[in-house]
Design a protein around this ligand. Structure first.
Ligand SMILES: Cc1ncc(COP(=O)(O)O)c(C=O)c1O
Length: 467
């Protein structure tokens, strides 16, 4: 791409100076300093990331399956700019028009017809929403235990970490195969239930994971359990559970009178082809719905909790001493308003379904060509593709149970990602054998075709390396 075609004015930045400051002062996560890869991005726009050398990358994973409406979405940015004419920050004891508008859009306009949702609280991140939802469930139920799925991901701070398979563990040096949990893990108030079966599991009767979950509920006693927190399509572990699972969890919660806390931070706002992931099934509604990411497409840091009517009424009567300086920040609320209005105006859920089907078919075509492609699972605009050896087994044996030790640059996901980056595509994932295809919902068919062409070549490269 020529510089004069850039969608921004080229800034005068000394990138080698920036690199030296970044390397010297910033505390990088997930990489040790000796393996840290400096990856500068000069600007983002629509579905692309722009590098200082003038190249651009098509973002095929929406960053962390988060930037749903493309980068610097015009409508969202206009709304934030307008809000900045009147607002900076005000605290939660005061109300901006944007806070009330965002709440009305969420509770009334999007899901009002379902008649289950009571209130919404807007926060600064998905993790913060998860943490608050745990407290709300415990206060409402008067019980402390939270059941949480193996392999799930809900954030990486000490509380949310207790919910995760990927639990803030530390590998002390890059040559070590040892990994250490944050001390205090596991907290007995969090109990693992089995991870759901994969989408291609051949099921006869009740899923084994659900049978085992019911045993655990009976063993602990439902009066001691506040709720079960679940992901629908897993974000960290990147797979879509078996179709019997979601309804099965809901039924268990109802049968045993425990709360269903649905963490829809990643799957909400069109990602799975619905506003929210529980809508995949008919007539099942969560007690607490946690959202973030797609709520404003990450134009600003965001998270939120939507309560059922009953839980809303419980907190209506109460004086709950909770809050953060950044609760319902007016600029964040403006970004939510801009994002939801633009999703409604552009009928994004419907177009996501059509374009998502196209993407899924293209991925299935790749599977016929490539023996290194195993399971493909997903829905809407989020698919995961597992890479396998010649026997159809995971190339890296730990697979989704990885503790991120050893030389990660040899893992298929990273080799795949680097090949794609060399060829103008930003695609990959954290699991060693799995890549995500989760572009912004604003992706065009031509852009999907471009990505599939690069992925086709990348899978050939994986076969050359591992088969
Ligand atoms: C399902 C799920 N829950 C919670 C979180 C944490 O959200 P945040 O990163 O906004 O704190 C994430 C982030 O990836 C997620 O995927």
């Amino acid at each position: 791409m020529k510089e004069n075609m850039l969608p921004y004015n080229k800034p005068n930045i000394n990138w080698s100076e920036i690199e030296s400051w970044d390397r010297k002062y910033y505390l990088h996560n997930t990489q040790a300093q000796n393996e840290y890869v400096f990856f500068p991005i000069e600007a983002v726009d629509k579905n692309y990331l722009y590098l200082p050398d003038g190249k651009r990358l098509l973002d095929f994973q929406s960053q962390l399956v988060s930037d749903n409406m493309g980068h610097r979405n015009q409508r969202v940015h206009d709304e934030i700019k307008m809000a900045m004419e009147r607002y900076g920050h005000i605290f939660f004891g005061l109300c901006s028009d944007y806070r009330a508008k965002a709440a009305k859009l969420l509770i009334n306009d999007i899901i009002g017809n379902e008649n289950w949702a009571g209130r919404v609280r807007i926060l600064s991140s998905g993790t913060e929403a998860v943490e608050n939802a745990m407290s709300m469930a415990r206060l409402y139920r008067g019980a402390s235990t939270i059941l949480t799925q193996e392999l799930s991901y809900h954030g990486l701070v000490p509380g949310a970490t207790q919910l995760d398979g990927y639990r803030g563990n530390l590998t002390k040096d890059t040559f070590s195969n040892e990994s250490h949990d944050v001390p205090g893990f596991p907290d007995k108030r969090y109990v693992n239930i089995p991870a759901p079966e994969y989408s291609d599991y051949i099921n006869k009767g009740i899923l084994p994971s659900l049978k085992e979950t019911e045993k655990i509920i009976k063993h602990i006693g439902s009066s001691n359990i506040a709720g079960i927190i679940t992901e629908t399509m897993f974000g960290g572990a990147s797979y879509m559970p078996h179709t019997d699972y979601l309804k099965g969890i809901y039924d268990l919660c109802k049968k045993h009178n425990i709360l269903w806390i649905l963490d829809d931070v990643l799957c909400g706002f069109g990602r799975l082809g619905e506003w929210f992931s529980y809508q995949i099934e008919k007539n099942i509604y969560p007690d607490l719905l946690i959202t973030g990411k797609g709520l404003n497409g990450c134009a600003l840091p965001v998270g939120a909790i939507i309560t059922s009517r009953e839980i809303g009424e419980f907190f209506d009567k109460a004086r709950w001493w909770s809050g953060s300086t950044h609760d319902a920040h007016p600029l964040v609320c403006a970004s939510i308003v801009g994002n939801i209005e633009s999703m409604i105006e552009n009928d994004i859920i419907k177009t996501t379904r059509t374009k998502g089907k196209y993407l899924h078919n293209k991925l299935l075509e790749l599977k016929y060509k490539h023996p290194c492609i195993g399971r493909i699972s997903g829905r809407g605009m989020y698919y995961s593709v597992d890479m396998v050896d010649l026997n159809g087994e995971p190339i890296i044996k730990d697979d989704r149970k990885t503790r991120f030790t050893g030389n990660l640059s040899n893992n298929p996901n990273n080799i795949f990602a680097n090949f794609c980056i060399e060829n103008g595509l930003f695609a990959g994932g954290f699991m060693p054998n799995t890549i995500k295809a989760a572009p912004p919902l604003t992706i065009s068919i031509d852009e999907i075709d471009f990505a599939i062409d690069i992925m086709n070549k990348a899978f050939t490269y994986i076969e050359e390396k591992f088969h």
